[in-house]
Design a protein around this ligand. Structure first.
Ligand SMILES: [Zn+2]
Length: 343
């Protein structure tokens, strides 16, 4: 990016209420068949326009074509039975009914590549595309075939790499892997989590990012955060190894969080997507609040490597709130950009 402090979102944006029930995760579609396909594409255009009207620099599809950031990708794979469901504990935090891995996993066809081509046609701005990371994928499944989290993660990494290469060919500038599980399973992160992520980006020439957060603003996550104490030092466990990895950008949560900003020092040299918008409440940040978070981050990351962003996806928020937060992000980044450039 040539522009200083380019803004982006961490991931999802709210869907129109005619497409899916608003303010809800895993919200069921309201349309069917071909009308659903058309509806998703219409929503993608609206989501892009919302980002453009708010002045966002690196745009995305707002994840309008997926019901959920992990399960929609998995639904397209062989070897996973969506009828056979088991209840598992996700990220050691909440129980969910999830599909079962019953055989060798494989990607029978591209999952998001057509969507990415469509977005590419609509804009000349840099585009970022989110995929689930291998560790977060295995944590959202019941495995009755490989019987090894690590083995299954390596298989998913290969599949993600196939998808990522085709997204790159479709014109995606930044491919982001969502790995909230990196904030939970620290031994696995260092044993094989980051290694499988590097497998997923093997051979890519576009930029790559990993998004590690404290989750959507749902109750299970806000309750969990209350147990984490006065300083959230989870990033400290994964950052040293990520600093030496091939990932270009690290996306993290900073706004209203108890993450000590000096942890960013551990990934010195990487680009840092700093979450300066809280997605867990409906209060729209003032530009000055956003600017204040960015200024704090600037103590630990060089200005040309700071990417102002949101803490996480905004799918569960009302659309007006999400729009307001996007505008606040732009306005806050503008303040700090002007300060840096001495204008
Ligand atoms: Zn997130």
């Amino acid at each position: 990016m040539k522009k200083l402090l380019p803004t982006s979102t961490a991931g999802s944006l709210p869907k129109p209420s005619w497409l899916a029930e608003p303010e809800k995760l895993w919200s069921p579609w309201k349309l069917q068949d071909q009308i659903l396909v058309e509806g998703k594409y219409d929503a993608l255009r609206l989501s892009l326009q919302d980002q453009q009207l708010a002045g966002i620099d690196i745009v995305s599809d707002g994840e309008q074509t997926r019901q959920h950031f992990v399960t929609t990708f998995i639904e397209h794979l062989d070897g996973v039975d969506f009828q056979k469901r088991e209840t598992v504990r996700i990220r050691n935090r909440y129980d969910a009914s999830v599909p079962t891995v019953v055989g060798a996993v494989a990607r029978r066809q591209p999952v998001f590549v057509d969507d990415a081509r469509y977005l590419r046609k609509l804009t000349d701005q840099p585009i970022k595309w989110a995929l689930p990371g291998p560790m977060t994928m295995i944590d959202t499944l019941y495995d009755n075939h490989y019987k090894s989290r690590e083995k299954l993660a390596w298989e998913f990494a290969k599949i993600l790499n196939q998808e990522a290469k085709e997204l790159e060919a479709a014109g995606v500038d930044i491919i982001q892997f969502d790995e909230p599980a990196f904030n939970v399973f620290f031994d696995e992160v260092n044993d094989w989590g980051i290694a499988t992520l590097e497998r997923a980006i093997e051979g890519l020439k576009c930029e790559t990012a990993v998004h590690i957060c404290y989750g959507y603003g749902i109750k299970a996550n806000t309750d969990w955060k209350k147990t984490l104490g006065s300083e959230w030092r989870e990033y400290e466990k994964a950052f040293p190894k990520l600093q030496t990895s091939g990932i270009d950008i690290i996306s993290l949560e900073c706004q209203n969080s108890r993450v000590p900003m000096d942890l960013i020092e551990l990934i010195r040299g990487k680009k840092v997507m700093v979450g300066a918008i809280d997605v867990a409440n409906h209060t729209i940040e003032t530009p000055e609040e956003v600017a204040s978070t960015l200024r704090k981050a600037l103590q630990f990351v060089d200005a040309d490597k700071l990417y102002p962003s949101t803490n996480c996806g905004m799918a569960p928020l009302p659309r007006q709130v999400a729009r307001g937060k996007l505008q606040a992000l732009t306005a806050g980044a503008d303040i700090v950009r002007k300060e840096i450039l001495g204008q």
